[in-house]
Design a protein around this ligand. Structure first.
Ligand code: GDD
Ligand code: MG
Length: 337
């Protein structure tokens, strides 16, 4: 399994305003873009060449990673002028593959600690045309629901159903035989989840079930949680090694009376004033947290000014926003400049 396709063309609608100028996969987790965490995980499992299936803000990926020299991977870009959906994206990216071997395909907004090597072994030994990483969740409604039989063979694929038949879901990481990529029509909008998997299960699709750390980064809250989990060591990434820290700060200026906890990430040039409290949050470059402010489970963009005494809980703040002292910000708010 030396080649991979990474699906990174989605709009990240639920993450606005954070995704207005940065594609969701490039938002930082513990200071490192989600895409970098994923590419290095694939590399550690033996992948040497990755086709990035891009669409929304496609140019930003190429500007950041180029041909992949810095990561020690060969990267190529398959750009969809109009988003083709997850299935159309796989077909389009398939044209850029070199080899005939099994292909690793993964959603670009997931941090997972499952073993790609184990998943590959299951693929090899089962003889399936596709092997899906599956993980149990409490509420399966927002995901692809995937019932399996006793041997782990996938019985059905039910994308986002109201009454899930199982709590086992599609974790967004697949191994496909090359033959099933080549038959997806080109230049058509197709969903792998809604159109391809329900057909493929009539052949042989295998499930690889694991309950290792897994998170989908669909919301700002999920981003702050994943970032904090990497910093405190609840989650692992080869991009960071094993951390076990209360917070991670890149050249930030923190008043001695401020309290930073819960795996918070503070980027370069961040200033935290006296008696401020920042818990399980992400604060990007050059932002300032005023004195006595309370910032909890929140994702704060670049160059943001949070006034004295401001309380933010589960809030996403876009780049450049100023929140003046005395403002009340409701829980879960999304603020943009
Ligand atoms: N290139 C390209 N083109 N990529 C796309 C497109 C497209 O048109 N649409 C979505 N993607 C990418 C997104 O960037 C993301 O990385 C991935 O495909 C999945 O899209 P999401 O929009 O995040 O889907 P989801 O989270 O609602 O559901 C998917 O992921 C769940 C697990 O996290 C599905 O695969 C579910 O079945 C799954 O359970
Ligand atoms: Mg997602």
């Amino acid at each position: 399994m030396s080649e991979a396709i990474l699906l990174v063309g989605g709009q990240g609608t639920r993450l606005r305003p954070l995704t207005d100028s940065t594609p969701k996969p490039l938002l930082p987790l513990a200071g490192v873009a989600c895409t970098t965490h994923q590419l290095l995980k694939a590399k550690a499992a033996g992948v040497t060449r990755v086709v990035l299936a891009t669409s929304y803000l496609a140019e930003v990926f190429e500007a950041q990673y180029g041909a992949g020299e810095e990561l020690g991977l060969e990267l190529v870009y398959a750009v969809e002028r109009e988003p083709l959906g997850t299935g159309g994206a796989i077909a389009n990216a398939g044209q850029f593959l070199k080899g005939d071997g099994p292909i690793l395909i993964f959603n670009g907004d997931v941090i997972s600690n499952h073993s790609l090597e184990e998943q590959y072994r299951v693929h090899e030994s089962s003889g399936a045309v596709a092997t899906l990483h599956l993980t149990p969740v409490e509420d399966a409604r927002a995901y692809g629901c995937v019932p399996v039989d006793d041997s782990g063979r996938v019985k059905a694929f039910l994308e986002k159903m109201d009454n899930p038949v199982t709590n086992l879901i599609n974790a967004g990481c697949y191994i496909f035989d090359r033959s099933i990529i080549d038959v997806i029509p080109l230049n058509a909008v197709i969903s792998v989840e809604r159109e391809i998997f329900p057909e493929l299960v009539k052949q042989h699709v295998q499930g690889y079930v694991s309950d290792d750390y897994w998170i989908d980064l669909g919301t700002p809250e999920a981003f702050t949680k994943a970032s904090a989990d990497l910093i405190t060591g609840r989650a692992y990434s080869p991009a960071l090694g094993s951390l076990n820290m209360e917070y991670l700060a890149n050249a930030a200026e923190i008043a001695t009376s401020a309290r930073i906890t819960g795996g918070t990430f503070l980027d370069e040039g961040v200033i935290v004033d006296e008696s401020a409290y920042v818990h399980q949050s992400v604060i990007l470059a050059d932002s300032r947290v005023g004195s006595n402010a309370h910032v909890e489970n929140s994702f704060v963009g670049r160059g943001v000014k949070i006034g004295s005494g401001i309380k933010l809980v589960n809030v996403a703040v876009g780049d450049g926003v100023e929140i003046h002292e005395g403002t009340t910000v409701s829980e879960g708010a999304r603020l943009s400049a």
